[in-house]
Ligand binder design. Structure first.
Ligand code: IVH
Length: 673
């Protein structure tokens, strides 16, 4: 008996919890948990209700779609309820769905339409006599909010359609904010100190459910129509695919990635293709929707509760999750930057266990109001380091405090104890001590890296060994290792051959191009592009070393921040000693050859996005530059080629917008000869 009571309690608690999340998601557009976690709660409740049907209640969240609409907008009764979709979280679940419908129809020969499940907001658009009369949210599936005025601001929603259209009809679709629009919206909000949207879906929902349509109008919203609702006064097509073609012919926007497929095997292929490619999409998709094409079969299968049996959402693995931020720690970067990062309660996101996340700087942490002890929403995209989207304020423990980097570190570098500084106008704190051990190791590693001096054999591990053994104390000491060959070989685990290879690579690096040598120094704010500019303009190491602020700033794109940093670098006594030592070892940087204009890539500007497989991005950029081209980090109208690697970022969208030519890695390699 008590058991049953316990179960009843559990069910009720789950319902309360889910109702609360529904309200947060649908009404306040500010969820506290990830979609995957919400699905999990729903799943638990559904299972309990199936097992104990006596506790099933009409008002259970499993029996409803969405949330009660907000009165302020005016309520729209949907002539036909807007349904939700059942989920499949694995191939087995997809096959289970397929077997179920095969059994029910007595056939396993279906045609499917596969579409992306776009993460936005479902709307129903009603047209009467060719004109848009009502646009509504899904609400609870039966009654939605009247957001016609807001939807009218979305350019891809036709306000009127051709006279051939049915007298009265409804189409349904997903309003969404493309990723690029989402990024720029959040950037603007950050500037204005407003809370950021957790994801494009919340941003779209928040934008459409504005009481003032003028605000909606400023948001770059878009729509894809994904089904025909009812239609009066006209015969409508007998298959979903044809219905979508018809809808397109009336002037609606339909996703060009939709596909009609004739076997479940092809459905699986469609899924795996887009699982790999989802990062490339200009919008956020959390899975695919698989629909039975023939309307007759759809009708035969009907609905169960608020879900059609004839369609299923086959979800991609989650990329967001919530977890506890245990502590904010600080690591010291190569140029002495204090880099905060989060230590998380380990959590699995899309099959990968996440323990750490990047936090950019103190301002960013404060702006997002992230505190130690908070439950946070984290997101993983492709291979990049997971990001913290923001805290779940309602789960904040008592007695937390705003993050304070100086307090955390007692004002001292955690590696060498020097007093840390924050130059005016900068967001980062720095350790000013060039001899700081953390910086030494990373400076050596950077110096030897491929885009810099390209010394094979010296990476993180070797630089630590050399420092610990007292064989080097800075990067210039690498050029004196030749005389210490025996000492190196006597270190445990060192092989003669690899030591000789390393020493040969060190010798070879003495003739690296000037730009690479400048880059290798690791001057704060001087990346590959700036190093290239400096090399072109000064043509000698000595001239750069002696340059004044004005002279540096006379170069296009070099502002006071970079100029100050270069001057501070060369004024530092420790740095001067290292550079002199390097010069004595006969490191002779090669200036850019005159006549570079005639090189094969002269005048071509490249930008790289995504991961390359046969060479690193730095290597590729270095090769482009050697051949007279330029390699930049942002796509602009001047860009000639965007090199698209695996899992490209938003640069691809920008290039598409500007109509810039895109090439893949193979094509780049061909250009590089
Ligand atoms: S069809 C009866 N197609 O997913 C089928 N829905 O969980 C109803 N969605 O409310 C939906 N992309 O907001 C369909 N290509 C697509 C979709 C899609 C996104 C959303 C829609 C719906 C929710 C169901």
């Amino acid at each position: 008996m008590t058991d049953l009571n316990e179960i009843k309690n559990k069910i009720e608690n789950l319902r309360d919890e889910i109702n609360r999340h529904n309200h947060l998601y649908h009404v306040l557009d500010s969820p506290e948990i990830s979609d995957a976690e919400y699905d999990e709660l729903m799943h638990q409740l559904k299972q309990l209700e199936e097992k104990y049907p006596r506790f099933l209640a009409k008002d259970s969240p499993t029996q409803r779609v969405g949330a009660t609409p907000v009165e302020a907008f005016g309520i729209v009764e949907h002539p036909q309820p807007l349904l939700s979709l059942g989920n499949a979280f694995s191939e087995e679940e997809l096959i289970a769905w397929y077997n179920r419908i095969s059994k029910l129809t007595g056939s396993s020969d279906f045609r499917f339409v596969c579409e992306h499940k776009i993460d936005g907001l479902a709307v129903a658009l009603t047209y009467v006599n060719g004109n848009l009369t009502v646009g509504a949210t899904r609400g609870d599936g039966f009654r939605g909010e009247n957001i016609t005025q807001n939807l009218r601001t979305i350019r891809s929603i036709p306000l009127s359609v051709s006279k051939k259209a049915p007298l009265r009809f409804e189409v349904r679709g997903e309003v969404f904010l493309p990723k690029a629009g989402f990024d720029s919206l959040n950037k603007e909000r950050a500037k204005e100190g407003l809370p950021l949207f957790a994801n494009p879906r919340n941003a779209a929902a928040g934008s459409v459910r504005q009481l003032d349509p003028r605000i909606t109008a400023t948001r770059p919203l878009d729509i894809y129509i994904y089904m025909m609702g009812y239609a009066e006064g006209e015969e409508t097509p007998l298959s979903h695919w044809e219905a979508m073609e018809y809808i397109k012919s009336l002037g609606f926007k339909v996703n060009p990635n939709n596909k009609r497929l004739d076997s479940i095997e092809k459905v699986k292929e469609y899924y795996s293709t887009w699982l790999k490619e989802r990062e490339r999409l200009p919008y956020e998709a959390d899975g695919i929707v698989v629909k039975i094409d023939k309307i007759g079969i759809q009708e035969q299968l009907g609905n169960i509760g608020h879900e059609p049996r004839w369609a299923v959402a086959y979800k991609f693995p989650a990329v967001q999750a919530t977890t506890v931020l245990k502590e904010i720690e600080i690591s010291v970067g190569r140029t002495g930057t204090m880099n905060p990062y989060a230590i998380l309660e380990p959590v699995s996101v899309g099959g990968v266990t996440i323990k750490h996340a990047a936090l950019h700087n103190e301002d960013d942490i404060r702006r997002k109001d992230i505190r130690e002890g908070d439950t946070v929403i984290i997101q993983r995209a492709g291979d990049v380091i997971p990001q913290i989207i923001g805290p779940v304020i309602s789960k904040r423990p008592k007695l937390t405090s705003e993050f304070d980097l100086i307090k955390k570190l007692n004002g001292k570098c955690p590696n060498c104890g020097a007093d840390i500084i924050k130059p005016e106008g900068e967001v980062m704190y720095y350790c000013p001590n060039a001899a700081c051990p953390a910086q030494r190791q990373q400076r050596i590693e950077h110096f030897a890296s491929r885009g810099a001096m390209d010394i094979r054999g010296i990476g993180e591990k070797m630089s630590i060994i050399l420092l610990n053994e007292g064989l080097v104390s800075d990067f210039a000491d690498l050029y004196y290792l030749r005389g210490k060959r025996n000492e190196i070989i006597s270190i445990e685990g060192m092989a003669d051959k690899s030591v000789d290879n390393m020493l040969a690579a060190i010798e070879k690096s003495k003739k690296r191009p000037l730009a690479r040598v400048i880059y290798a120094l690791g001057i704060r704010h001087v990346g590959g592009e700036t190093a290239e500019l400096l090399a072109k303009n000064f043509r000698s190491f000595e001239r750069l070393r002696d340059a004044g602020k004005e002279e540096l700033m006379s170069i296009d794109t070099i502002g006071p921040r970079i100029a100050d940093s270069i001057i501070a670098f060369f004024e530092n006594q420790e740095n001067r000693k290292i550079i002199d030592k390097q010069k004595e070892a006969e490191v002779i940087p090669q200036p850019i050859e005159a006549g570079g204009e005639n090189l094969q890539l002269a005048g071509s500007e490249f930008v790289i996005t995504g991961r390359l497989s046969s060479l690193s991005r730095q290597e590729a950029e270095a090769k482009i530059r050697i051949l007279g081209g330029s390699a930049k980090s942002d796509v602009t109208r001047r860009t000639n080629y965007l090199v698209v690697g695996a899992e490209p970022g938003t640069k691809l969208n920008r290039a598409r917008e500007l109509g810039i030519e895109q090439i893949n890695e193979d094509e780049l390699i061909r250009l590089l000869g």
